[in-house]
Structure formats: structure tokens, C-alpha cells
Design a protein around this ligand. Structure first.
Ligand SMILES: C[S@@+](CC[C@H](N)C(=O)[O-])C[C@H]1O[C@@H](n2cnc3c(N)ncnc32)[C@H](O)[C@@H]1O
Length: 350
């Protein structure tokens, strides 16, 4: 049965979210402008074409409509984006805005190369590429503050589309689970971060065996806190280069917004690990940023992104041949789509 009322309510909520996050992004842009003392970002002009704002909005509208239709068709329920109440949300937005001058000062003092906060934490055992301040965020992935602010930062960057884009990956999981007993299936989310995607999966599949894995203690703690009102999941603090799970132990593996943060050779090692833990015939549901050439007239955005944010491996990611990376690991791409600013690939383990 079609849930048209549910669809309309979902549509209205998502449109309001997009407007809200767009407003925050304008506020942040003003703050960034006034905090800037010297930065290559100020003068940077991409060589490749940049989409008009209208084109971005049209594509965002398509994504939101597709999301709402999936709710109408009962593929997944309409869901809150996070367990946050409004007061907490506002405090996080304020925290993000307050971090801008600190982050910009660090960026301006070191516009190229790696950027790191002097971490009080023990970095032993963490790979060197990982301990940088990704996105110029104070503490990189290592502090509780960064974990607290991550989701509002992502949603601000994507104009509220983080949730709807991840639900395109959720839709691929709905296809993979269809006709099977979810209680007998295991799904691993590699680099689960603050667990927002796992929440979406749990709200759709209350009995699916779920494991969230990440290298950040702080992000895993945030993910677990977000599961307080839900049936639990297993949590693993580990490096995706060496997943501490058995060969062929998973029916579904997901990996969302990790690869653009990895050096090229590490991407290949992680792809092998994703394949190793999957059962033959199992599905990899992979999502990350768009790559160069994916959307006509949008490549300039991908050039500008690593200039504005500290993303040391984004340029190499944007031109990497993911199809061949996955095939060489034993994963055959069966579907590739580009919802808004993301690229979604579904692969079958040979
Ligand atoms: C951009 S966030 C994406 C988080 C989440 N998947 C999402 O959709 O928001 C990247 C995540 O990858 C994790 N990460 C980065 N390198 C990793 C590695 N080698 N092993 C495990 N996790 C890693 C970080 O701690 C962070 O939580």
C-alpha cells in the first residue's frame, strides 16, 4: 500500500532541513570570510566548470523526491536523522561556528602539507595519514569535540543531503535483504563514524546482525550513544586495513565516505579487506564523493573541495579508477549511480 501522507510529511521535513542547513552554510561562509587572513582558498578559481546554484538545487530536489518515494513505497520508514533534540542540535551548530576561527588560523599558518593539532592522546598504533586534522577540524578524528560536531558539519556541507544520500545506500541494502531472513544475515559498516548510517539500517531492519567498525574511539562512543534507543549492534575499534573478522563472515559490507580520506595504496588494501570478509555472492555497498567526470559540468566543485577543506587524499581519490580497484580485489561492480554529490557503487563478491 502506498503511504502518500508519510511521503508528503517526509518530503516537507527534508525540504525544511535543506533550507535550514543552507542558512547555516551562509552563516559559516560569512564567519570564514571574516576569519580569513591569508589563504589560497580566497583566490582559488577552479579550472573546470562549476554548476550553477540552480543546477545543484534541481539535483538536490531529485534526491529528496526519490527518498520520499522510497518512504511512500514502504522500502524504509520515514526516520529522524539523529537522536538529537533541538537544543542539542543548536549547541552543536554553535560549536561548529565557534571552531571556524581556530581551524582557519591553523589552515592559514600552514596552507599546504599536513595539518595536525598537538594531540594530547596517545597516537601509537595509528597510521600517520589518519592523525591529520581532516576538514581543518580541531582534533581531526581523535577528539570527542570533533565527533560531537561531525554530523552538523557534514549536513552543512551537503545542504542537509547527508541523510538522504546515505538512504540511497540503504535502498541497496533493502534490495540485498529482500526475501531473506534478516536474523540470519550479518552486515559490517566499515568506518562507521558517528553511526548515522547504521541508525538508518537499524530503523529499517530491527533484527539484522550489525557491526560498526571505526578507528576513532571518540566517534565510536558517539555512534553507541546514538543507538541508546535502538536494538544494539556490535562495535569494533580497528583499522580497515586489517579487519579483525573472519574470511567470508559477512553477507553485506558497507563503506561510506572513507575512501577519499585514504592514500591510494591504502584504498587498495582496504578494498581487499572488504572483499575478504564478504561471503561469495555477498554485497559491498560503497558510497563516497563524486569523482571527476561523473557529472557533466560539476568537476570544478571537486577541484575546490580539497582547497577549502583539509582533504589531503581527495585529489587522488577524485581520479582513482574505483572500478578496477574493486575488480582487482574480487568485487564486481553491478550498479553505479550518482545521487547528488555522492557516488554509490554496489559490488558482488566473486
Ligand atoms: C568522513 S568519515 C565517514 C563516517 C561515516 N561512514 C559517515 O557516513 O559519516 C570517515 C571515517 O573513517 C574513519 N577512518 C579513517 N581511516 C580509517 C581506517 N584506516 N580504519 C578505520 N576507520 C577509519 C574515521 O575515523 C571516520 O570516522
Amino acid at each position: 500500500m502506498h503511504d502518500t501522507i508519510g511521503m508528503t510529511a517526509h518530503l516537507a521535513r527534508q525540504a525544511a532541513r535543506a533550507g535550514w542547513y543552507y542558512g547555516i552554510s551562509r552563516l559559516l561562509a560569512r564567519q570564514t570570510q571574516s576569519a580569513r587572513t591569508s589563504a589560497a582558498a580566497a583566490d582559488f578559481k577552479p579550472q573546470r566548470p562549476v554548476p550553477k546554484f540552480q543546477d545543484l538545487l534541481t539535483d538536490l530536489g531529485k534526491l529528496i523526491l526519490e527518498d520520499a518515494k522510497a518512504v511512500r513505497d514502504g522500502r524504509y520508514p520515514s526516520m529522524p536523522e539523529a537522536g538529537d533534540d533541538f537544543g542539542r542540535h543548536v549547541s552543536r551548530v554553535r560549536g561548529m561556528i565557534a571552531d571556524v576561527p581556530v581551524a582557519m588560523a591553523r589552515k592559514n599558518s600552514k596552507d599546504t602539507g599536513s595539518v595536525r593539532t598537538a594531540h594530547p592522546t596517545d597516537l601509537a598504533g595509528l597510521p600517520d595519514y589518519y592523525t591529520q586534522d581532516f576538514h581543518f577540524q580541531t582534533g581531526g578524528y581523535l577528539s570527542a569535540d570533533s565527533a560531537r560536531l561531525y554530523d552538523v558539519q557534514v549536513e552543512t556541507l551537503f545542504m542537509g543531503a547527508g541523510g538522504p544520500m546515505r538512504r540511497r545506500a540503504l535502498s541497496a541494502i533493502v534490495d540485498a535483504v529482500r526475501g531473506r531472513d534478516q536474523r540470519r544475515l550479518q552486515m559490517l559498516d566499515v568506518a562507521c563514524g558517528t553511526g548515522r548510517f547504521l541508525r538508518q539500517v537499524r530503523l529499517t531492519f530491527p533484527r539484522l546482525g550489525l557491526t560498526g567498525m571505526d578507528l576513532s574511539t571518540a566517534y565510536l562512543a558517539e555512534a553507541q550513544a546514538g543507538f541508546r534507543d535502538l536494538t544494539g549492534a556490535a562495535w569494533l575499534e580497528a583499522n580497515a586495513e586489517r579487519i579483525p573478522l573472519g574470511d567470508a563472515s559477512q553477507d553485506i559490507v558497507t563503506c561510506i565516505f572513507l575512501f577519499h580520506e585514504l592514500p591510494p595504496e591504502v584504498r587498495r588494501q582496504v578494498a581487499k579487506e572488504l572483499a575478504r570478509v564478504l561471503k561469495p555472492g555477498g554485497r559491498l555497498v560503497f558510497m563516497d564523493s563524486l569523482q571527476i567526470g561523473d557529472k557533466l559540468g560539476w568537476d570544478g566543485l571537486l577541484e575546490a573541495f580539497p582547497v577549502r577543506f583539509h582533504e589531503p587524499y581527495f585529489r587522488s581519490y577524485a581520479i582513482d579508477d574505483l572500478d578496477s580497484v574493486f575488480r582487482q580485489a574480487g568485487l564486481v561492480p553491478i550498479e553505479t549511480t550518482t545521487p547528488f554529490l555522492a557516488k554509490l557503487m554496489v559490488c558482488r563478491k566473486v
